[in-house]
Design a protein around this ligand. Structure first.
Ligand code: PGA
Length: 234
């Protein structure tokens, strides 16, 4: 299983360090899962972790360094040996207005640097209401320009209406979408959108779900550790 925590705009450096240290200690040698943590950029650092606990960045600009106020580039990530990035998250697409074109540029840049990329796709509510064919059409547009054969690609299906709302997609919805995407693209596929302690086992047990990308429910370290524990044999 791949279990990922996206801190979004939460936790200070101090809390992040404590979170990572505690999660790292909890991973036993028989934890086969790959665990990812995406702290805010102010909390990026060199953390000593086991091989299956990977620290990534929630975002970066497709540049080594330069004049891009408020952004970080690959030089800042190299300093901490960070080689994993989230790209295409719905909050960046919808709130921060990242276009597909800029997302594709970012994808190409970090792919060329060999980064592991968790690439997110997902439809808003008004598309969901139009049925599965429209949902798939929408998701395919989010895959335009993306080299899905890239060896270090992990996909995440995250319906926008399920993110941070407490409303999870039904098992049937997740099954249907994941089956189609998996048939088209043979890459690990995570589900994200209100995954929590009470539903993570059922979701991660689905045949075409390879793990979960979790926001809200992962910010408490004890809950996150329990989530890793519950899913480690799946
Ligand atoms: P959520 O966020 O778990 O709070 O719904 C998921 C995500 O944004 O990746």
């Amino acid at each position: 299983m791949i279990i990922a925590s996206n801190f979004k705009t939460n936790h200070t450096r101090k809390l992040t360090k404590d979170f990572i240290t505690t999660v790292n200690k909890s991973l036993t040698t028989n934890t086969k899962s790959e665990v990812y943590i995406f702290p805010s950029s102010t909390a990026l650092d060199t953390y000593e972790t086991q091989d299956n606990l990977i620290i990534g960045t929630q975002n970066a600009y497709p540049i080594q360094s330069g004049s891009f106020t408020g952004e970080i580039g690959s030089a800042q990530l190299d300093e901490f040996d960070i080689k994993t990035i989230l790209i295409g998250h719905s909050e960046r697409r919808h709130i921060l207005k990242e276009s597909q074109e800029s997302i594709v540029n970012k994808y190409k840049f970090y792919m060329n640097l060999g980064f592991t990329i968790i690439y997110c796709i997902g439809e808003p509510l008004k598309i969901k209401e139009q049925g599965i064919n429209k949902i798939l059409e929408y998701l395919y547009v989010q895959l335009e320009g993306i080299d899905t054969s890239y060896e270090n690609l992990i996909l995440a299906y995250e319906p926008v209406w399920a993110i941070g709302t407490g409303v999870t997609a039904t098992i049937e919805d997740i099954n249907n979408i994941h089956d189609v995407i998996k048939e088209k693209i043979d890459k690990p596929l995570l589900y994200g959108g209100s995954v929590k302690l009470s539903n993570v086992e059922e979701i991660c047990s689905l045949k075409n779900v390879d793990g979960a990308l979790i926001g809200t429910a992962s910010w408490n370290k004890d809950d996150f550790i329990k989530i890793i524990e519950i899913t480690k044999e799946l």
